[in-house]
Ligand binder design. Structure first.
Ligand code: SAJ
Length: 416
């Protein structure tokens, strides 16, 4: 079985797949990036990027111009395949593995003895084995590790991505990796591939453990943010500044409370805990409650904004920020979008929205005619109520005198 890797194929060129493809290409591997979206393929083949992430444009441009990174609509034969496609959830919070399954079906025809398949997408426990079975259905001529652990011809592992949007390139290289193989040999080959590109340590384990580890990391964070968010409701009721209280509590050597906000967004923390809850519904009350606390936070913020607008007799509300966190363009599951849309729907006046990372309002605004994007200065001038929803740098650096006389709802505690 080959240990050397010269050509790899990365399926899914999003926030994780594209940086991964570019980093391996920058280490000299021939990388074929695959995406079903023809615009994404075109953009990358022009040496450009379709997502905002520090330094990614430079890395991709370099990799494409040296011919090491090429994008295409379909996989081709390669030594290793990395699957980095989305795993959203359905109406009842059930994991939707359709993209992973489609990726498996797309690589099955080009697998060969010695191929390595790595799932980086966040998955419910058991999904990596399911992928092995899907591949086996399509390729009865090959032996797969779930039913031929001793003499598998294809290696399969789960090695979840752990990168933080906004710091992806740094964390991709520096973070430790959990490498869960269906067999030990699967894990070892996967670690051998990552060691070409990463400086962090590879920790070898089983595929199922790696799946639970990834879900636990994000559920841990969600539970802790829920604690901060619940505290913010309690402090509000008691007229206490929650950020002061948290800062002081965190002076205790064994206390580290996270920051409250308008809710939890993004495609990871707001989604992954449900994968645990779905697999173990009767024994995950804490994880489920945390999700509900965080999902309930936007409603409280909406109420506060509308009440302030009524009290001020306002004709204009400014909503600052739409992305799910600071200094990125990603609006997936963003509480800021949900809040701004609800405010526009329920307020009779105008809603001016400032989002330095976009030129268009997201589709969630639908036909709402009273909401539009504004530059920061004009929005501050026009509005009587200012709702700070995202702590983008532009807003943090704002001269506080410009808020004088306005009703301010600062959901991130940056203007205290
Ligand atoms: N948030 C708070 N208070 C906090 C911290 C975060 O309200 O104290 C909110 C943010 O505003 C945002 C959401 O939580 O809406 C999530 O932001 P984040 O920066 O905590 O995390 P993500 O979703 O950008 O990335 C997470 C990371 N996971 C962990 O930190 C455990 C990242 O390492 C993962 O790779 C990523 O999920 C993923 O892809 O799973």
């Amino acid at each position: 079985m080959p240990i050397e890797f010269t050509k790899i194929c990365v399926v899914g060129l999003g926030y994780v797949g594209l940086p991964t493809a570019a980093v391996f290409a920058s280490r000299g591997l021939a990388v074929l990036g695959v995406d079903t979206n023809p615009r994404t393929v075109d953009t990358i083949n022009k040496g450009k990027v379709h997502i905002v992430e520090p330094d990614l444009d430079i890395l991709v441009n370099g990799a494409v111009s040296t011919g090491k990174l090429v994008a295409a609509a379909k996989p081709q034969p390669a030594d290793a395949f990395i699957i980095a496609v989305p795993t959203p959830f359905g109406d009842r919070h059930e994991p939707d593995l359709s993209h992973v399954q489609a990726a498996a079906r797309s690589i099955a025809p080009v697998l060969a003895p010695g191929s390595l398949v790595i799932v980086e997408s966040t998955c419910p426990v058991g999904a990596t084995e399911r992928l092995s079975r899907w591949l086996a259905e399509d390729r009865p001529d090959l032996k797969f590790p779930h039913d031929s652990p001793g003499d598998a011809q294809v290696n399969i592992a789960h090695s979840p991505e752990r990168v933080l949007p906004g710091r992806v390139l740094l964390e991709l290289v520096r973070n430790d990796r959990v490498v869960g193989g269906i067999t030990r040999a699967c894990a070892e080959r996967t670690a051998a591939l990552y060691r070409i590109a990463i400086e962090g340590e590879c920790h070898l384990t089983t595929a199922a453990t790696a799946e639970l580890v990834k879900l636990s990391e994000n559920a841990f964070r969600d539970v802790n943010i829920a604690f901060a968010n619940e505290l913010s409701l309690i402090a509000d009721k008691m007229n206490i500044d929650v950020w002061d209280a948290i800062e002081l509590a965190n002076r205790h050597p064994r206390v580290n409370i996270l920051q409250p906000g308008p809710g939890v967004g993004g495609h990871c923390i707001a989604v992954d805990p449900w994968f645990i809850a779905h697999s173990a519904p009767d024994i995950s009350p804490l994880i489920q409650t945390a999700r509900r606390v965080n999902d309930g936070k936007p409603d409280q913020v909406i109420g506060k904004i509308l009440t302030a607008a009524e009290a001020a007799g306002a004709d204009t509300i400014a909503c600052l920020g739409l992305s799910y966190k600071a200094d990125i363009d990603d609006m997936r599951e963003s509480p800021a979008v949900a809040i701004a849309v609800a405010v526009a729907r329920d307020f009779r006046g105008r809603v001016v929205i400032v989002e330095p990372h976009t030129d268009d309002l997201p589709s969630a605004f639908g036909a709402l005619k009273n909401a539009s994007l504004y530059p920061l200065a004009a929005a501050l001038e026009k509005a009587q109520v200012i709702a700070l929803l995202v702590d983008h740098r532009d807003f943090r650096d704002l001269d506080r005198n410009r808020l004088t006389g306005k009703a301010v709802i600062d959901t991130r505690g940056i203007w205290r």
